[in-house]
Design a protein around this ligand. Structure first.
Ligand SMILES: [Zn+2]
Length: 275
């Protein structure tokens, strides 16, 4: 089994969606990527029927509030329930994000949790291009060359040949092509529709639109593209509007999930259509 559990699809200021974050469910366990901006992560995990005690691996891509603050809550909940927790909890983060996590934990969490950091709760610093075995699969972490704040994406290369790549929440940078080209699954931010760029002004926020994300996926020959980190004005029409615009630029499988969608990660388009 290999699933993408979508915990949130909104941008930082969205109120109709939770902030963008997700979990991969693999045969060997869960890999949580970011946690949104607060203890709403606990609600999302409960709705997704994920017990936080089953989470042993989490990546924090960068230190922006809409990605990192929820991670503090995950650390707190695991720390306060450590008696019922098997094994260790590893948080992967680059140096700046790791430093922010440690600082915020030290300012906001009780001593009973803090004393577990470095013991049962490990903050593992990762470097650009570093590959690690996580859950018996190979994960390579890479700097997305953010224009705002240091941010890492990752590419998981599974034993059966599937490649799942997370590009983070900024526009694609050519320097990351080596990690992302030929991905079976590609996830990208798309702040808004291209035709609404004058309303939402994505470029001044270092974000892109559905059009650019789809052009990127086409240029990288990605078989499946997941778009998220969006504005939230279209409610239930978002999926159709984004897919209609994206089709002109990308002929792979374009998915615009809702919060809490669960996407089966298949190899072929027919395995994964969620239309
Ligand atoms: Zn963000």
């Amino acid at each position: 089994m290999r699933e993408l559990i979508v915990l949130g699809t909104g941008n930082a200021q969205a109120v109709n969606y939770y902030n963008t974050c997700f979990a991969l469910r693999l045969d060997e366990g869960l890999f949580l990527v970011d946690a949104g901006g607060g203890n709403g992560i606990l609600t999302q995990l409960r709705k997704a029927e994920i017990d936080f005690l089953d989470i042993h691996h989490m990546l924090v891509t960068h230190a922006h509030s809409d990605h990192l603050l929820g991670a503090i809550w995950v650390i707190r909940m695991i720390g306060q329930n450590i008696k019922n927790y098997d094994g260790d909890f590893t948080i992967y983060a680059h140096d700046e994000a790791a430093s922010a996590i440690k600082t915020i934990c030290s300012l906001t969490l009780p001593g009973s949790v803090l004393k577990l950091i470095g013991d049962r709760i490990n903050i593992k610093e990762i470097t650009n291009g570093e590959s690690l075995e996580v859950l018996d699969e190979s994960f390579t972490f890479f700097d997305i060359c953010s224009g705002k704040m240091k941010q890492f994406g990752f590419s998981a290369r599974f034993r059966d040949g599937m490649i799942f790549t997370c590009l983070g929440d900024e526009p694609f940078s050519e320097g990351c092509r080596v990690y992302a080209e030929g991905s079976t699954w590609l996830t990208s931010e798309a702040f808004c529709l291209y035709r609404e760029r004058d309303i939402f002004k994505p470029y001044e926020k270092h974000h892109s639109t559905v059009r650019e994300a789809c052009e990127t996926a086409a240029a990288l020959s990605a078989a499946n593209l997941v778009l998220w980190h969006t504005e939230d004005s279209h409610d239930s029409k978002r999926k159709k509007l984004y897919q209609d615009e994206g089709r002109a630029y990308y002929d792979g499988n374009l998915i615009v999930p809702e919060d809490l969608d669960v996407i089966q990660l298949g190899h072929r388009l027919s395995d994964s259509k969620l239309l």
